[in-house]
Design a protein around this ligand. Structure first.
Ligand code: SF4
Length: 213
């Protein structure tokens, strides 16, 4: 079995039902949830969005809202000034350029205020079921450690991973995130219980260093 298949098989066996944990009943609400999730946990975002979307559920609602009220609701997610500002600008742009509808192409999504490649690909994958790899801190770390890529730029890493895995990339994204969160952690990765040791560049290098010392 080649390296790619081994990674896919292992991640699928450990996280068979991995999926996006953010909530949102419409593409717009989901996009707002993704924006709120920057530097914040999905769990915390899901705690505040029911209140937020009960009051403001469409771009039209947000452009009529008092920014202070939106800030107060989203405050627990952190960076609430910036996030509220981005949601307002995003709402205006969607209405002005896209008839209030969330677009379904990478370039159009990335032209929206506050939407970078990672956010755009999370939306493309979850809402529009496109075969894309959003790269967050976990995916970036794990893919470099495994030696799939040698690339610190998340956007470039995303393109390399899409070429490497080719199919079912979106499901792999969720599995890589969970793998990075719970096993291949930033500090103290659980290498002893990881079945990818034999193909892991990071593990090989760390082991060599400890042998030499
Ligand atoms: S062996 Fe360790 S560093 Fe390598 S993928 Fe597994 S947990 Fe991560």
């Amino acid at each position: 079995m080649n390296k790619r298949d081994k990674i896919i098989e292992y991640l699928t066996s450990v996280f068979p039902s991995a999926k996006c944990e953010l909530n949102g009943e419409t593409p717009f609400q989901f996009l707002v949830s993704v924006i709120l999730s920057a530097q914040c946990t999905d769990k915390r975002v899901n705690m505040i969005t029911p209140t937020l979307f009960a009051k403001y559920s469409t771009p039209q609602d947000f452009i009529r809202a008092e920014i202070k009220d939106v800030e107060n609701i989203i405050r627990p997610c952190g960076f609430y000034h910036n996030k509220a500002k981005n949601i307002f600008l995003l709402s205006h742009t969607l209405i002005d350029r896209f008839n209030g509808v969330v677009p379904n192409t990478l370039d159009e999504l990335m032209s929206l205020p506050g939407v970078g490649m990672k956010t755009a690909k999370v939306v493309l994958g979850f809402v529009f079921n496109k075969n894309v790899m959003a790269v967050d801190t976990h995916v970036l770390r794990v893919s470099n450690r495994l030696g799939i890529v040698d690339e610190k730029n998340p956007d470039k890493c995303s393109i390399l991973l899409e070429k490497y895995f080719k199919n079912d990339v979106q499901k792999l994204h969720h599995r890589l995130v969970l793998f990075g969160r719970y096993i291949c952690k930033a500090i103290s990765p659980k290498c002893n219980e990881c079945e990818l040791k034999s193909i892991c560049k990071f593990y090989r290098e760390v082991k060599n260093v400890s042998r030499q010392s």
